[in-house]
Design a protein around this ligand. Sequence first.
Ligand code: MTE
Ligand code: MO
Length: 202
Amino acid sequence: MPGPTRGFLGRRRDRDPRLPPGQYDAGTDWPVLTAEPTPRIAPETWSITVDGAVESPTTWDWDQAHALPRSEYRGDIHCVTTWSKFGTWFAGVSVDSLLEAARPTAEARFVMATSKTGYTTNLPLEHITGGKAWIVWEYDGKPLPIEHGGPVRLLVPHLYFWKSAKWVTRLTLLQRDQPGFWEQNGYHDLGDPWRQQRYQGD
Ligand SMILES: Nc1nc2c(c(=O)[nH]1)N[C@H]1C(S)=C(S)[C@@H](COP(=O)(O)O)O[C@H]1N2
Ligand SMILES: [Mo]
C-alpha cells in the first residue's frame, strides 16, 4: 500500500519489540565497559564462594563448578550506555545450583556480587533465583573472552549489564541492601531496562 503514511507506519513497525526504551541495537558489536584494569585469572586459580546469610558457605573451584549441571542463556542483553545485543548465547551454571548448596537463610534478601578486581554490585535475591541468573564461562560456544569477564562472570540479563559482574568470585547473601560500586556512584539499585531504571530516583 504505497502512500505518504507507509514509511511512518513502517518505521513504527520496525522498532524491534526486543528493544527496551532508550536503547539501540548494537548488532554484532559487543562493547567492552570496564572501570578497572582487566585482570588475568588462570582458571586453575579461579574459584567462587557463596557466603554471608547462608547455612553452608561454599566454595567451588573450576572443576567443581564445571561438575554442576550445565545451564545456558540464549537471549538479549542491555547496557545502561544504551546498547542492546540480541540473541547472545552464554553457558555455565545457574545461580540456583550454587544457592541450592549454600542454602540462604530465611533472612537473606539481597546479594552482593564481588569481582576479583574489587568491583561490586548489589541485587535483590529474587532477581538472581528462579532461572534468572548464571555464572558463565562460555560465549558462543567458546571460552568467555577475558575482556568480557573471563574466565567467569555473573550474568543477570534481565537487568542492565552493570549488574553482570565480570571476573566474579563471590556472592554474599545479605539481610539488608547495600549499594555496590556503580550504585554508590548514582546508578539505580535494581536497574530494570524495561522501566529505564538507569539512575537513583528513576
Ligand atoms: N568487574 C567488573 N565487572 C563489570 C564492570 C566492571 O567495570 N568491572 N562493568 C560493568 C558494566 S558497567 C557493564 S555495561 C558490563 C559490560 O560488560 P562487557 O564489557 O562484557 O560488555 O560489565 C559490568 N561488569
Ligand atoms: Mo555499563
